[in-house]
Design a protein around this ligand. Structure first.
Ligand SMILES: Nc1nc2c(c(=O)[nH]1)N[C@H]1C(S)=C(S)[C@@H](COP(=O)(O)OP(=O)(O)OC[C@H]3O[C@@H](n4cnc5c(=O)[nH]c(N)nc54)[C@H](O)[C@@H]3O)O[C@H]1N2
Ligand SMILES: Nc1nc2c(c(=O)[nH]1)N[C@H]1C(S)=C(S)[C@@H](COP(=O)(O)OP(=O)(O)OC[C@H]3O[C@@H](n4cnc5c(=O)[nH]c(N)nc54)[C@H](O)[C@@H]3O)O[C@H]1N2
Ligand code: SF4
Ligand SMILES: [Mo]
Length: 721
């Protein structure tokens, strides 16, 4: 019940840590955010985004009325419309009928291959479950994916190959039980700030030893016993050299290897060549540091590995992740408290969106779409004729856009994503967006991608709806409505159900699947009937017990803080032999720097939320980090305008001269449309995981004129709703 004055418990909408929030409301207005000291995840701590970043929901540029483009858009000639004068207001009935008409028309004309959808890791489990259900059940396509593809896809593929499960094995807060932990490709003080607090406590209060492996001198280096300043893309040689040392010095766990793993011999043979000297030559990391790191990790009682995007976002991301998994299997640092393989997940609900089936190769619960039994089970669940669901693997996020064009994808539905900022090689993305025959955007704002759409459906924010998010350590938590939806906006799950019924009617198969949910709890209940890991998660339990960590096998099961105590989902953990593959682009005379892209504390991805928040005042303009030695060589001073150019594009922004980045590497956050980092990145993918190599494009840096700065790539949204 919403009352004029109240405090509502919910979960932060930004990162995967999943901090518990208390939203203070007066007269329907959220005026303060706090967190209780007994909050399991964050003990009352919040970062700047969680505490202050919610004001985007009140931003006047938020769209809260359904909109239809005034001028019909044709494939190849589609344009971006940020200005509201290019749109007209529509009723929900008109907007949804129009979407249903066009989608069904294209489906009839071009078939299921022409249909594709981007789900949303910011939306709830229930929203995502329903959207994938709509596309699978009605349009009979598995072209369903979301930003996980751009994120931890390679970690997921590698973990599935080696142990058969892709989530974090342990709970983040267990870091204080580590004696030693490796942190690599992860900058938690900015990106998982509350986990960073726990890591700092682990070192300073509980005496854990930290090994940081990263091409940037991130803040956690101040807490590290060892820092290995790696060249971008050389993780396989460094971690394999650690394995080489562990093997040579007999520091491996013979019992664990014999009882719980397979393929050890082939793996060990492939590690022969990875001597510390060889790794030093490729990675630039001193061989003695590698040897020391190997001994420290292998001889610890409890040791864990935490990683984020520096590992998967690579054209050889699967190999990178396997090099970490090999280390855990070699030492047996997995399957106990205070150990594990822990990919820190990014978005508030990327774990949940993946669990809920927003994936092209899997139904909810990671059930492969090409396995007959799975397809049969979901046909029963959704009341579909035998053989009705597609058994074909769907296209991934990156493949969906690449395939846009005649004979490929024709209609795209985007719920809460922004490929025009987040995909690599944006000039290519732009061309593909233009070629679409029909585009729907369901969002809070007209972002750079929604500006291409034919129809805009205004979604309610997380504070305006009910549901669940699943955080990085697999904890399902309740998201609660705090205020009524602004304007005419509606919760995603409601929009989807309303639309699905209109589509069914037009397809001539009304009442096939069920869409008449009265509350998201009924959606989660349906999912739990077919996804064993969620079988025991109910709204009643979440109310009573707080969060529940999946798998929760039945209504009595307490949840699972750490995985793999006795066995791995695939039985034995499998070692993989590895080889070193260089990055797709390597520095040369024309492009002497490696561009690394990523994030800053105050902003979120394409900036749609945080640049519509006062957070933008804290970090108002794009900066490129460059090492003082490199800057001196180029005659660049802190604050100078510089042009950064890759083989695909060029942007102008201010230089930030800082020893945080190592020589030869420049760093640009990808939050700023006026200097969009993804104009520079390339779109060569890891062949297995299909993830782009965001962390290593080669660039040159030259001085620019100050007047070239700040030229916004797109006009600003104008008008008020
Ligand atoms: N403030 C804020 N927080 C966020 C987000 C945000 O947009 N803003 N996004 C969320 C999301 S979706 C995600 S996925 C996470 C991402 O969290 P992170 O992965 O921590 O984010 P990045 O800034 O991309 O940092 C990647 C790290 O990898 C390092 N790195 C780059 N190349 C290599 C390499 O070749 N090898 C190794 N070992 N390391 C390398 C970089 O120097 C950097 O420290 O953050 C989440 N949290
Ligand atoms: N260069 C470079 N590019 C990268 C990365 C990198 O490290 N470097 N990282 C990649 C990674 S890890 C990720 S996760 C992606 C992220 O890429 P995206 O997911 O495309 O980016 P976001 O900006 O998070 O987009 C979220 C959108 O959802 C909307 N939204 C928020 N809440 C809701 C809701 O409840 N309902 C609906 N319908 N919409 C909502 C927001 O307004 C916003 O427009 O970017 C990738 N791109
Ligand atoms: S650490 Fe993440 S979940 Fe916690 S308040 Fe900050 S952004 Fe929100
Ligand atoms: Mo991500």
């Amino acid at each position: 019940m919403l009352t004029p004055e109240c405090i509502v418990s919910t979960v932060c909408p930004f990162c995967g840590v999943g901090c518990n929030l208390e939203l203070h409301v007066r007269d329907g207005f959220i005026y303060k955010v706090t967190s209780p000291f007994d909050a399991v995840v964050n003990h009352g701590n919040l970062c700047v985004k969680g505490r202050f970043g919610y004001d985007f929901i009140y931003n006047p540029q938020r769209i809260t009325v359904p909109l239809i483009r005034k001028t019909p858009q044709r494939p190849g000639e589609r344009t971006q419309a940020f200005d509201l004068s290019e749109w007209r207001e529509a009723s929900w009935d008109e907007a949804l009928d129009y979407v249903a008409d066009r989608l069904v028309e294209i489906y009839r004309k071009d078939g299921s291959h022409a249909m594709a959808v981007y789900c949303c890791a910011k939306a709830t489990n229930e929203d995502n479950y329903l959207l994938q259900k709509m596309y699978r059940a009605l349009f009979r396509t598995n072209n369903v994916d979301h930003c996980t593809r751009l994120c931890h896809a390679a970690s997921v593929v590698a973990l599935q190959m080696a142990i058969g499960s892709a989530a974090m094995s342990n709970t983040a807060a267990e870091v204080i039980e580590n004696d030693v932990f490796i942190l690599t490709g992860s900058n938690p003080t900015e990106n998982h700030p509350i986990i960073a607090l726990q890591m700092k406590a682990a070192v300073r209060k509980y005496g854990a030893k930290l090994i940081v492996v990263d091409p940037r001198r991130i803040e956690m280096v101040d807490y590290a016993t060892l820092y290995l300043p790696i060249k971008p893309g050389t993780d396989v040689p460094v971690f394999s050299a650690m394995a080489h040392v562990i093997l040579k010095e007999g520091l491996y766990n013979r019992q664990f290897i014999a009882e719980r793993t397979e393929n050890f011999e082939a793996f060990a043979a492939s590690m022969e060549k990875f001597t510390p000297e060889y790794a030093e030559n490729i990675s630039g990391v001193d061989r003695d540091l590698i040897i020391e790191a190997a001994r420290l990790y292998a001889t610890a009682k409890n040791a864990a590995i935490y990683w984020a995007l520096g590992i998967p976002e690579s054209s050889h991301g699967v190999a990178n992740a396997l090099s970490l998994i090999n280390l855990a299997l070699l030492t047996g640092h997995i399957g106990r408290r205070g150990t594990g393989l822990n990919p820190l997940r990014g978005q508030n609900n990327v774990q949940g969106a993946s669990d809920s089936g927003a994936m092209p190769w899997h139904y909810p619960g990671y059930q492969r779409v090409d396995v007959e039994d799975n397809a049969r089970r979901w046909e029963q669940a959704w009341n579909i004729e035998p053989g009705g669901l597609s058994r074909e693997l769907g296209l991934t996020t990156t493949e969906i856009l690449s395939s846009v064009g005649p004979g490929g994808v024709r209609a795209l539905y985007i719920m809460g994503e922004n490929p025009m900022m987040s995909e690599p090689n944006l000039n290519h993305t732009r061309k593909k967006m233009q070629e679409l025959e029909f585009l729907v955007a369901q969002d809070l704002f007209i972002n750079e991608s929604g500006a291409f759409a034919d129809v805009f459906l205004p979604a309610a924010s997380w504070a305006e709806k009910e549901g669940t998010f699943t955080n990085t350590d697999r904890r399902v938590q309740r998201v609660r409505q705090v205020i009524p939806p602004r304007g005419q906006s509606r919760p995603d799950w409601e929009i989807i159900c309303d639309l699905a019924k209109r589509i069914e009617k037009r397809l001539g198969r009304p009442q096939t699947a069920y869409w008449d949910y009265r509350h998201p709890s009924e959606v989660l209940e349906e999912m739990g009937r077919y996804v064993p890991e969620y079988a025991g998660v109910t709204y009643e339990r979440l109310e009573r017990e707080g969060g529940l960590q999946t798998p929760v096998w039945d209504r009595q099961h307490p949840g699972t803080p750490f995985l793999f105590a006795d066995t791995f989902p695939r039985g034995r953990g499998k070692f993989y032999p590895l080889d070193y593959t260089p990055n797709a682009e390597m520095p040369d005379e024309d492009y002497p720097f490696v561009l690394s892209t990523g994030r800053v504390l105050e902003h979120w991805h394409g900036g749609t939320l945080t640049r519509h928040s006062w957070l933008d005042d804290l970090f108002p303009e794009p900066l490129v980090d460059i090492h003082p030695g490199d800057a001196a060589h180029l005659g660049i001073q802190d604050g100078d305008a510089v042009r950064v150019t890759s083989r695909r594009g060029s942007i102008v922004l201010r230089a930030h001269v800082t020893p945080k980045t190592n020589p030869g590497v420049v760093f640009i956050p990808f939050h700023f449309r006026e200097a969009a980092a993804n104009l520079l990145t390339h779109d060569i993918l890891d062949p297995q995981a299909k993830i782009p190599e965001y962390k290593a494009a080669v660039v040159r840096v030259t001085k620019a004129r100050p007047e070239e700065l700040g030229a916004r790539a797109e006009p600003q949204v104008r008008g008020r709703y």
